[in-house]
Ligand binder design. Sequence first.
Ligand code: NZQ
Ligand code: ZN
Length: 388
Amino acid sequence: MNNFIYENRTKVYFGPGCVKEFLVSLIKDYDTVMLAYGMGSVKKNGIYDEILGILIKSGKNVVEFSGIMPNPTYRKVMEGARLARSSGAQIILGIGGGSVMDCCKAVALVAYCKGDPWENYWERKGVIHFEPIPVGVVVTAAGTGSECNGAAIITNEEKRRKTGYDYPACNPRFALMDPTYTFTVPKEQMISGAFDSLSHVMETYFSAPDERNVSDEISETLMQSIIRNIRMILKDPQDYGARSNLLWESSLSENRLIKLGKQCDFACHLMAHQIGAYTDCSHGQAMAVLHPVYYRHIYKSGVEKFSRFARNVWKIREQGKTDAELAKDGIDALESFIKVTGLPTTLRELGIEDQKELKEIADSCHYSPGSYRRILPDEILKIFLECF
Ligand code: NZQ
Ligand code: ZN
């Protein structure tokens, strides 16, 4: 294991009824609550009414911040920060998926930060000790794990850049996770979110160190469970067991636990975020398009780990195969699984119409990512062309 420091200050309340049972006590110290949500799903499914009712009943001064779009923009963050300042919001309560949660964390950071927030906190990692406005979240969609980390992935439309760092100070103070709140998430988004969780585990697992370590063993269990629950949700989207497991697996995949002692890769995320900056595509769908192609590029530099992935996650029998053959079989199994889920497999399906756009997107991937092997913009372009 490499050295690490572990901190996660988000307190999680999980299970049906947790909002009704705990929200009042969690916000008792705050008079002015900024209630943040997305494009309206919470109004259709009744979650907004339920939460607003609790806030009004407990005498809170409620300031609404609505219309947070999927893949939240820096402009929206600035709008929220202005509102938080002018209203004197004492806590931001976000109801939604990764986009709402990320936007709330970003607003909490920006509202009282000094200097140019984009330059100082997104463009490069800024100071990590600061005190943002407290954030609490009610999770309505599984996938990103945003409820248990300090990352706020934001799209700067002017700079055509989508990025963010995990600042421990930005971890939500509490996360209320009622799996029944995810029942109305459309199947396509549910699968895309679940694949995002799987992707977080893979991006961590395929990185040094590779000698026996408990983080990798947890990751293998987590990947098998996510895959099993995705299969179950495909059969029955209302399966509570699968929904609740996927919701908690989403947190476990991105709450720093499996990253302890690991270098991490996140090359696919860097590429997917830049594709998102140009197309506004669904994040989980971009991960599905990129992963198999990226892994075929790099597996030879981590062949033993890729063969272990085939054996332990996909249960592929060795039958006298070499590590390289097994490694390829594992990537094939991942690709077949993606096809079964109905996730997209090409960049065209994500909205890129012309191959010529790909060079600019590849060049916009600012640093050379990769754990087993660094990849440069030329190779990123090759990967994009193969995904086209
Ligand atoms: O906007 P609303 O009306 O809320 O609708 C959303 C949105 O259209 C809808 N939805 C959410 N809960 C629902 C629901 N619809 C019906 N019933 C419900 N209960 O689902 C759609 C997608 O929501 P969104 O929050 O955009 O999805 P997701 O959770 O996948 O979040 C994606 C964002 O998170 C970032 C991504 O880059 C992307 O911007 N990520 C954040 C990470 C983090 N903070 O750790 C890590 C990830 O790698 C990722 O980058
Ligand atoms: Zn992700």
